[in-house]
Design a protein around this ligand. Structure first.
Ligand code: NAP
Length: 532
């Protein structure tokens, strides 16, 4: 018997170093090689010790015998990976050389509190002497872990547990409710820190660039995601849920998250931390079909195989794939792509269940124009079948995120990122003491755990600069920073305030057997956080 990694893998790879027989792959250390969507355990080499199971931050590892029925396929997938990539020993990377850190000689500001920021903080705080100040615009930490991960993926959110030791370290301070660029600027951060790491993510959505994009009823999927996750910026949105069919353009993991939330039965959704306003709005939803539009074929689908498989286990929902949209040839070098093809073929063979709702995949279908006068009434689509119109009043574009310029830093308009070399910001030459990590560094790709390698790479640049003496200079003390923030934002909002908000949300949830009922306005959050 062996342990098996399932689709809920965050790719943080904490399991890899604890495996005594080194049988978890891919275990590469470079970010380029981090593109494989999952990690796998070689069933032939696994010795059932359970070390990986204990270590996994998101509960994605199961003992083979205990695999729930909907995850049993992952046993074969783990084995199939090693049939194509036989296990070879990997020599562990040499530990990065780093200079000694005397007290007061390295204080780092981290901007943002999502997974990229948290992994960067974790990487730094373990070194004696390093001080970290983390700045977050909202009164609540964790960025997309709180406001991006779908509510039915509660286990994924449990990754925050690994960051608790960082946030409670006496050399760490969380400054929430502080907006860098408005409350405090880059120059002021540099005046109080030896180095600044921006982990601000990709805050906006890409545009389709087709006629009709401004019509009411067309939204970025990210707005819908923020709405169902109770993000204060998105809590006030209204979505037209009155037509039978909704269309999602793009077929990445966000598209699948949104489709599930639109179609999932209310009782299942109510058992999650989905925003209460979303639960109430969906109770009156007329949507029975969600069309997911993929401009390319299944072999290029951006969703992960595990998420595609899980969709087929959603109660009361059929997954519909037209066999004519699938390629004739199943041969593919890549294990995950082969798996996606196999799953798509199974969906294509299924018969509809009377009364079920439907997710309909349209591969090879590109959006041409959003039709309507004042509101969206349909989406014109072009495919091998010719031109057609899908009637709908709700179109969500789920075609990827885009980073915004950061005040005081260079910006690459094409990629929506801050120009950098392995995380060191460059504007012709390196910008002293300034770094990036996460989506603002590498673009909006990868899952939560991808940010671990990304942060390691950025922090390695910071150590190199520190070791070369490039970060050594006189900076103002902590008291000066506290006084500046107090003058601009009043009462500090930090980890203790978040604990109070967290406890209050959980209490509200306990009253209705939900994990939490989120506060969705900054005022409510501050009131709970400062009262607690
Ligand atoms: P994504 O994975 O980049 O997918 C974007 C999709 O939009 C692709 O299917 C792409 O198709 C399509 N697209 C782009 N431009 C288009 C256009 N002009 N017209 C039509 N289609 C277009 O983005 P995402 O879904 O926003 O996800 C972002 C990242 O978060 C990903 O790395 C994802 O894995 C991660 N994420 C993970 C999870 C999870 O693990 N459960 C959940 C949510 C998000 P082409 O390939 O043809 O360009």
């Amino acid at each position: 018997m062996a342990y098996v990694i399932t689709q809920n893998c965050c790719k943080d790879a904490s399991c890899v170093p604890v495996c005594p027989v080194d049988c978890i792959r891919p275990a590469e250390s470079g970010l380029d090689s981090a593109s494989a969507e999952m990690l796998y355990i070689d069933p032939e080499s696994c010795i059932d010790c359970g070390a990986c199971f204990e270590e996994c931050p998101v509960g994605a590892i199961h003992y083979e015998e205990d695999l729930p029925p909907e995850l049993r396929r992952f046993k074969d997938l783990n084995a199939a990976y090693f049939e194509r990539h036989p296990l070879e020993p990997v020599s562990p990377p040499a530990p990065a050389a780093r200079a000694r850190v005397d007290a007061g000689s390295l204080r780092v500001a981290i901007i943002g509190s999502g997974p990229a920021a948290c992994y960067a903080a974790a990487e730094l705080i373990d070194v004696d002497g390093v001080e970290v100040n983390l700045f977050e615009r909202l009164p609540t930490p964790f960025g997309l872990i709180r406001a991006g991960v779908a509510p039915d993926h509660q286990h994924t959110k449990s990754v925050v547990g690994i960051f608790e030791r960082v946030f409670t370290n006496p050399r760490f301070a969380g400054h929430f409710n502080v907006e860098v660029g408005r409350t405090i600027n880059h120059g002021e951060l540099l005046a109080h820190h030896h180095a600044v790491i921006y982990a601000v993510g990709a805050a906006t959505s890409r545009q389709l660039g087709i006629p009709g994009e401004d019509l009411v009823g067309h939204h970025a999927a990210a707005e819908f995601v923020g709405w169902y996750n109770g993000h204060p910026d998105h809590a006030g949105h209204q979505f037209d849920l009155s037509s039978e069919c909704a269309v999602i353009v793009g077929n990445g993991n966000v598209a699948l998250d949104v489709a599930r939330v639109l179609l999932m039965d209310r009782a299942t959704l109510a058992a999650t931390d989905v925003a209460q306003h979303t639960l109430d709005a969906l109770a009156d939803s007329a949507i029975r079909e969600v069309v997911i539009l993929a401009r390319r074929g299944i072999a290029h689908a951006a969703f992960s195989a595990g998420e595609f498989l899980a969709l087929g286990h959603l109660d009361g929902v059929d997954v519909v794939v037209d066999p004519a949209d699938l390629p004739d040839d199943d041969a593919h070098d890549d294990v995950e792509t082969s798996f996606k093809l196999a799953i798509a073929r199974e969906y294509a063979e299924r018969s509809p269940t009377p009364g079920n709702k439907r997710v309909v995949f349209r591969f090879g279908a590109a959006p041409v124009a959003i039709l309507g006068t004042e509101r969206a009434e349909g989406l014109e689509v072009s495919s091998a079948r010719g031109a057609e119109v899908i009637e709908t009043s709700l179109i969500l574009r789920s075609i990827g995120y885009r980073g915004l310029p950061v005040a005081g830093l260079p910006y690459d308009e094409d990629s929506g990122t801050v120009p950098n070399e392995c995380g060191r910001v460059v504007d012709g030459a390196p910008v002293p003491g300034t770094y990036v990590t996460g989506w603002i560094k590498r673009g909006p790709r990868g899952v939560i755990g991808t940010n671990r390698l990304c942060a390691e790479e950025t922090v390695a640049q910071l150590w190199a600069d520190f070791g070369a003496g490039l970060l050594a200079r006189d900076i103002a003390g902590r008291e000066s920073l506290d006084a500046l923030l107090a003058a601009r934002v009043g009462e500090p909002v930090g980890w203790q305030s978040w604990r109070a908000i967290d406890a209050a949300e959980r209490d509200r949830g306990a009253q209705t057997a939900r994990p939490r009922v989120k506060f969705v306005s900054i005022e409510e959050m501050l009131s709970a956080g400062l009262r607690g």
